[in-house]
Design a binder for this molecule. Structure first.
Ligand SMILES: [Fe+2]
Length: 302
C-alpha cells in the first residue's frame, strides 16, 4: 500500500459514527498522493515486457481520469489479461469452496464476480454503494499507510485495476485486480466488516505514529490474513489468503498456529511481509471484531 498523506482526509470534525458518507463529505480525489509504480522494479515479472508496460500505462490513465472526473472508467482488458484472470480465479474458486468464509462466498456471487471475466470496479462499486455505502476508487500506485487507511474512514477503498504479469500468474509483487476483487471487495458487503474497516480509517487519521503501526498490524491480521469461526470450523476472510493459492492452503496446514483473536496480542505482533505467515488469528465473528475495534479506536487521543 502505501507515502505522503491525503491531508484533506485528516480533518478532525468527521464523526466516528458517521456511517452514511455523502458525496459532499468526500475529500477531493484529485489531491490523492501516491507512489508511481509504473516504473516497474527490475525484479518485477513484467519489467522487461514492453507490451505489459504499455498496458499498465493505459490502465493507469483510467485511474487518472477518475481523479479528474470522479467517474470510474471501465478498463478494456485484452485476451491475455482475461486468460490470466480465468486461470487464477478458477484455481482460487476451487480452494475457496473448501476454506473461505461462507459469507465471503455468497458476497462474491452477489457482486457478480465470476471466474470467466475480469469484473469492472464500476459495477462492483455500484452494488457496494447500495449494500453498505462503501465505494471503490481506482488508483494506479501505492499510497502510504496513513493515507491509504484514512480513506476507509469515508468508506472508500482505493483499488488497483491492472492485472499481474502472465509469466507468473500465481504471484504478484503488488496488489492487482485479482487481489482487490477476489481478496478485498466482497467483504465490504458485510455491514459489520464495513463499519470495522471505517473504524480503522478513523483510527488512522488520529493515530500517533506508534498507534499507526499497531493499526497496521490489526489490518494485517484481519483484513489481509484473518480467519473467522464458523459453526465449529475455521474459515478464511482475509484478502491476502483469499487471493493466493499458496497462502490459503498454508493457512490451514499444520505449519500454522491458529490462535483465538486477542486485540492486545495482535497489535503487538510483529510480522514479516515476505514469508508465509506462521501465526494467524481467528475472530469469533465480524460483529465482535467491529466492537473490539470501536473501543480501541475510541481510546485514541484519550
Ligand atoms: Fe490487500
Amino acid at each position: 500500500m502505501l507515502t505522503d498523506t491525503a491531508t484533506s482526509a485528516a480533518e478532525a470534525d468527521f464523526e466516528i459514527g458517521n456511517y452514511r458518507v455523502s458525496d459532499e463529505d468526500l475529500p477531493e480525489f484529485r489531491d490523492l498522493k501516491f507512489e508511481n509504480i509504473n516504473e516497474l522494479h527490475i525484479d518485477h515479472p513484467g519489467a522487461n515486457d514492453a507490451d505489459y508496460r504499455a498496458r499498465r500505462d493505459y490502465i493507469a490513465s483510467c485511474a487518472k481520469s477518475f481523479r479528474e472526473t470522479g467517474e470510474i472508467t471501465d478498463v478494456e482488458y485484452n485476451a491475455r489479461e482475461q486468460r490470466v484472470w480465468r486461470y487464477v480465479a478458477e484455481e482460487l474458486e476451487e480452494l475457496q469452496q473448501r476454506y473461505a468464509s461462507p459469507f465471503y462466498l455468497r458476497a462474491k456471487k452477489d457482486l457478480g464476480i465470476r471466474t470467466d471475466q475480469i469484473p469492472q470496479l464500476s459495477e462492483m462499486n455500484r452494488r457496494l454503494k447500495e449494500l453498505t455505502g462503501f465505494r471503490l476508487a481506482p488508483i494506479e500506485g501505492l499510497v502510504e499507510t496513513r493515507g491509504f487507511l484514512s480513506w476507509l474512514s469515508y468508506r472508500v477503498m482505493l483499488c488497483t485495476q491492472y492485472i499481474r504479469h502472465h509469466s507468473q500468474p500465481a504471484y504478484t509483487p503488488e496488489p492487482d485486480i485479482v487481489h482487490e476483487a477476489i481478496g478485498h471487495i466482497p467483504m465490504f458487503t458485510n455491514p459489520n466488516f464495513a463499519d470495522f474497516s471505517q473504524f480503522i480509517g478513523h483510527g488512522a487519521r488520529i493515530a500517533t505514529d506508534e498507534q499507526l503501526e499497531q493499526l497496521g498490524r490489526l489490518y494485517w491480521f484481519t483484513v489481509e490474513f484473518g480467519l473467522v469461526e464458523h459453526e465449529g470450523d475455521i474459515k478464511a476472510y482475509g484478502a491476502g489468503l483469499l487471493s493466493s493459492f499458496g497462502e490459503l492452503e498454508h493457512a490451514f496446514s499444520d505449519k500454522v498456529e491458529r490462535r483465538p483473536f486477542d486485540l492486545e496480542t495482535v497489535i503487538n505482533h510483529e510480522y514479516t511481509y515476505s514469508d508465509m505467515q506462521p501465526v494467524l488469528y481467528v475472530i469469533p465473528s465480524y460483529a465482535e471484531l467491529k466492537e473490539v475495534t470501536r473501543k480501541y479506536i475510541e481510546s485514541f487521543g484519550k
